[in-house]
Ligand binder design. Structure first.
Ligand SMILES: *[C@@H]1O[C@H](CO)[C@@H](O)[C@H](O)[C@H]1NC(C)=O
Ligand SMILES: *[C@@H]1O[C@H](CO)[C@@H](O)[C@H](O)[C@H]1NC(C)=O
Ligand SMILES: *[C@@H]1O[C@H](CO)[C@@H](O)[C@H](O)[C@H]1NC(C)=O
Ligand SMILES: *[C@@H]1O[C@H](CO)[C@@H](O)[C@H](O)[C@H]1NC(C)=O
Ligand SMILES: *[C@@H]1O[C@H](CO)[C@@H](O)[C@H](O)[C@H]1NC(C)=O
Length: 514
């Protein structure tokens, strides 16, 4: 009799469990939202009053409608069409279709308790030929996007350039290699300040100019695919000089746009302007002097290439010595526009590497990466520097966040910093709905944000943080084979599903009712 009751109970339990499991994944998922997730003690109150939390994305990666509604092509539009360039020949033609779904996306930001959205404006959607004729449909789109943000209390942070140079300017004068780009960029920026600046108070000129110069002109893996023969598969280019010329023009373009903003718009519009720099933390592999110097060279050639001129009006001394005559010079009047041409610095921080002195003679072929004269390591005495995310370059190293932010504070006079990108990716082929349980991403954000807070507690003047990215989207060379979103996108239906990390942010960012 007793056994019978136990058996019955057991069967009943099994039945209930089965019922539970067979409930739709949507139901199971809705419980995640109610579950308390471990914020590691972090909350809004861990950060100063007014600290801004947002997510970041870029035009070509999320908008879609790439060749529609009057948008002109950028250098990426032609590049992605060459078979074999992008994983599975993917393009940003449709991507996640934010062009039509912006309201839903802004709603999502609001529901997840974010304060801001860092988006980018596609230059060739405004000026299909880079200059001259305006595409008013493009202007109308950004007006709709900005207005919908303001309706939902999401502060717009507008970036003017995210890798997407208008093709027309590439063809006309070699794009970033031509000094005409300085005026053309400033004119485009001026138009945006004039048109959107009544509502946009946070401007950024360029995203990751170092990536633009290095990947476009040193190893040539990104458009316009220029490099010297030994460094990549390019039809033309010169890795010894062109990265430096492109970077110089990027700096002058930034400075000229900032000057226009400050002289013509800032007094009335009361906004601010900055630039976005990627910064990998470089830790010396050993305590030896040579490795210390190697790590310092790496930092100078990486973030210093851009930040040193902006703060001190010249390139880092290490670069001046090593690059010599190949390094362009700032004239006296250039220095006046370049130095202090920012109200804040955006730092994109994801990863860290060990650096060592390779103790090799100077290579007989010269290029930007050769100029660093360093070795890269990803482990120290067999201890990996961190777990690798899906992207090959992305090791998870939370302490690198502390060191990178602290370095900016100490070497560059504690400028106002916005941590403008941070995140990790999963492979694109993760199965659904398992992909929603992104515990590793939650760990990543929690541990990196703790280290950011530690750097701030130690005095770094950081006033905002942007996660990359709200949605899974077009990840450049990797196409859709890499997912950086805190929200999963089904690329067939374009339906959005918040992952656990999205709910983690939602809970961490809850506004306490005082
Ligand atoms: C990419 O396009 C090329 C040329 O059309 C084709 O041979 C190749 O199979 C395509 N790759 C994929 C993954 O579809
Ligand atoms: C180099 O580029 C050419 C033309 O773009 C292409 O046909 C070739 O396959 C590439 N080679 C390698 C090794 O990628
Ligand atoms: C660099 O030096 C090596 C060995 O001395 C030689 O084989 C090679 O041709 C040189 N490369 C160039 C571009 O001069
Ligand atoms: C941090 O930056 C803001 C904005 O530039 C500035 O108002 C503030 O005084 C700075 N704080 C410190 C401690 O330097
Ligand atoms: C996803 O692709 C990788 C190769 O990139 C493969 O190793 C893995 O097994 C795939 N996973 C699934 C779930 O298909």
């Amino acid at each position: 009799m007793k056994t019978f009751v136990v058996l019955l109970l057991l069967l009943l339990t099994l039945f209930i469990t089965a019922l539970h499991v067979s409930a739709s994944s949507d139901d199971a998922w809705s419980n995640i939202e109610k579950q308390r997730l471990d914020t590691g003690g972090l909350s809004r109150d861990s950060f100063p009053e007014g600290f801004v939390f947002g997510t970041a994305a870029s035009a070509y990666q999320v908008e879609g409608m790439a060749s529609k509604e009057g948008r002109g092509p950028s250098i990426w539009d032609v590049f992605v069409k060459v078979p074999g360039n992008i994983v599975k020949n993917a393009t940003g033609e449709v991507s996640v279709d934010q062009y039509h779904r912006y309201k839903e996306d802004v709603d999502l930001m609001h529901k997840l308790n974010f304060d801001a959205y860092r988006f980018s404006i596609s230059w060739s959607r405004i000026f299909p030929n880079g200059k001259g004729k305006v595409n008013w449909k493009g202007v109308a789109y950004y007006n709709r996007l900005i207005n919908s943000m303001l309706e939902k209390g999401i502060t717009p942070y507008a970036n003017l350039y995210h890798y997407d140079l208008p093709l027309a300017l590439q063809e006309k004068y070699g794009g970033l290699l031509g000094d005409q780009v300085v005026k053309d960029f400033a004119d485009y920026a001026d138009f945006c300040f004039k048109t959107f600046g009544d509502r946009v108070k946070n401007w950024m000129t360029f995203n990751e100019p170092r990536v633009v110069a290095a990947l476009g002109f040193d190893n040539g893996i990104n458009p316009p695919n220029r490099c010297s023969k030994p460094f990549g598969n390019c039809t033309a280019g010169n890795s010894a000089t062109e990265p430096y010329i492109a970077a110089h023009n990027l700096i002058l373009s930034h400075a000229e746009a900032a000057k226009r903003y400050r002289e013509k718009y800032q007094p009335k519009q009361k906004g601010r302007i900055g630039i976005l720099l990627d910064f990998v933390w470089y830790e010396p592999l050993t305590r030896g002097k040579a490795d210390n110097y190697a790590a310092q060279r790496a930092r100078d050639f990486h973030v210093g290439w851009f930040l040193h001129p902006l703060v001190y009006g010249e390139y880092p001394r290490t670069m001046q010595e090593i690059v010599g005559e190949r390094l362009p010079k700032f004239s006296k009047s250039d220095v006046k526009t370049v130095k202090n041409s920012f109200d804040f610095i955006g730092i994109n921080q994801y990863t860290s590497y060990y650096m060592y002195d390779p103790h090799q003679p100077k290579p007989n072929v010269t290029g930007y990466q050769q100029d660093w004269n360093v070795g890269f390591a990803y482990e120290r005495t067999k201890d990996p520097i961190g777990r690798r995310a899906y992207s090959q370059w992305l090791y998870e190293v939370p302490w690198g966040m502390y060191k990178a932010v602290t370095y900016i504070k100490e070497r560059y006079g504690n400028p106002n910093v916005i941590l403008a990108e941070n995140g990790m990716d999963d492979p694109g082929n993760v199965t659904f709905p398992d992909a929603l349980y992104d515990r590793e991403r939650v760990n990543y954000y929690r541990s990196y944000l703790k280290e950011l807070k530690r750097a701030m507690d130690d005095g770094a003047n950081v006033t905002g943080y942007f996660a990359w990215s709200l949605l899974d989207n077009f990840e450049w060379l990797l196409g859709y084979s890499s997912r950086f979103g805190i929200v999963y996108v089904d690329f067939k239906t374009l339906k959005r599903y918040p992952k656990m990390s999205a709910y983690w942010f939602k809970q961490m960012l809850e506004r306490k009712k005082h």
